[in-house]
Design a protein around this ligand. Structure first.
Ligand code: SAM
Length: 224
């Protein structure tokens, strides 16, 4: 993601009622239902970017709760603008945080599903641990996923997708769906919600890869 510093973005986030702030986010662990005022299942997007995907998902699924996670203020403010333009989306909140800390913010089995969309590739081998589908991150996701919970990952980056397949296998996760050309699959496309990056790269003719994976065993309580 090309980063343009947006002056005032930190202040805007600090004042936003749609962001769960740093000072209290860890207090929410295991208690996210209090934020939303209901016990609907909770879905998160890690590395949300400008928020197109999660905003649309929240609109399509009012009976689910959504949290968009992004580490950069300058990017998160773009998602906040979408939320402000959609006052009815009471099922959507945001966190500005580093995803390495997920298990400090969400309780065991608290999350019904995780979306990773067009995650940063971190091409150097020594940065492999930073890739969001790495085994290190899979272990974090496993801690917070509810029984039956899955990770859905989309990208146009073949190396990252192949890496994710290896990591899923090494970590003993189950590969429930795998396509090397999502946009050619009519059935999958019926429920596909495009992200900003997906729109950009698919319009250039890049094939989009998608996998759905589930942890080997999940002892968390179902969030449904
Ligand atoms: N998901 C969006 C899409 O598909 O349009 C954005 C994709 S962009 C390539 C990746 C985003 O993930 C960036 O905004 C980046 O700041 C965020 N990100 C990457 N690593 C992260 C991490 N460890 N914690 C939180 N956000 C992260």
């Amino acid at each position: 993601m090309r980063l343009r510093n947006i002056p005032g973005s930190r202040e805007e986030i600090a004042a936003s009622p749609f962001v769960v702030h740093e000072d209290v986010m860890k207090d929410q662990k295991g208690r996210w239902h209090e934020i939303f005022g209901n016990r609907n299942p909770l879905y998160i997007e890690v590395g949300m970017g400008k928020g197109r995907f999660i905003t649309q998902m929240a609109g399509f699924f009012p009976e689910r709760n959504f949290v968009g996670i992004e580490k950069y203020s300058s990017v998160l403010v773009r998602a906040l603008a979408k939320r402000e333009a959609n006052p009815d989306l009471t099922n959507l909140m945001f966190l500005r945080m580093e995803a390495e800390d997920l298990a400090e913010v969400f309780g065991e089995g608290e999350v019904a599903g995780i979306y990773l969309n067009f995650s940063d590739p971190w091409p150097k081998d020594r940065h492999a641990k930073r890739r969001l589908p790495s085994r290190e991150f899979l272990a974090r996701y496993q801690q917070i996923l509810a029984k039956g919970g899955k990770v859905e990952f989309k990208t146009d980056n073949r190396d990252l997708f192949e890496f994710a397949l290896q990591e899923q296998k090494e970590a003993g996760w189950n590969l429930e769906l795998c396509t090397w050309d999502l946009h050619a699959d009519e059935e999958l496309m019926r429920s596909n919600v495009m992200t900003e990056y997906e729109q950009r790269f698919s319009s250039k003719g890049n094939p989009i890869f998608k996998m759905i994976i589930a942890p080997p065993e999940n002892t968390g309580e179902s969030a449904d």
